[in-house]
Design a protein around this ligand. Sequence first.
Ligand code: HEC
Length: 221
Amino acid sequence: MFHWLEKNPFFFAVGVFLVIAFAGIITILPNFAESSRPVVGLKPYTVLELAGKEVYKKDACIACHSQMIRPFKAETDRYGQYSLSGEYAYDRPFLWGSKRTGPDLHRIGNYRTTDWHENHMWEPIDVVPGSIMPAYKHQFTNLADIETAYAEAVTVKNVFATPYGDEFQATKAAWEAHKPKVLADAKAIAADMKNQDVKDAVAAGNIPEVVAIIAYMNRLK
Ligand code: HEC
């Protein structure tokens, strides 16, 4: 039946290509699906962390920082375990970045602390001599948009089935009920900070951006 095919080198080549491509796809696709599932123990971002992620995008940290540790010795020695795709399962969008003017930040939460970040965000060069990272003093007065972050959590819950609890609903009442949790998270961060204005703001129920970005940094591990 396929004699004609054996006599026609062009179509034979096309046929071989199709067979190999199909076999390749059925071997590879399940692996892709498998490895993009959340790694065991991965939790969705808290609202405060999401607000910090927004600050990270807004202040263009991605222009100088990656969040993707490659499986090379030089990188794992420096940053720790290389990144797995399942770790980004709840990142929408992911913030891998492609430029490393500064170091990778995917595991920064393992080796930097709240007070370190506080000093570093205020004036990087005071903490790391010769640093060319810009200071982000405005984050100490600008307020993080936690209401939008909450809306983001509800959206990814509804659209991508991100496992947020039943208390995450698109209603004002649900947000008001959740807000104290976000404030409690912020208070825990502010307690480790020394900037009195930031502490006062959090005590009054406002969350400066720096608190949110630190919550996000601490989470990256
Ligand atoms: C213009 C490039 C640039 C931008 C933009 C930038 N950084 Fe950096 N960052 C650096 C450089 C360079 C370093 C290394 C020197 C240092 O530690 O200050 C660094 C270091 C860091 C470190 C310490 C990393 C370590 O392993 O010690 C953190 C945390 C960090 N940046 C967070 C941020 C955040 C958050 C933002 C956005 C608000 C940001 N950076 C924006 C260039 C940048």
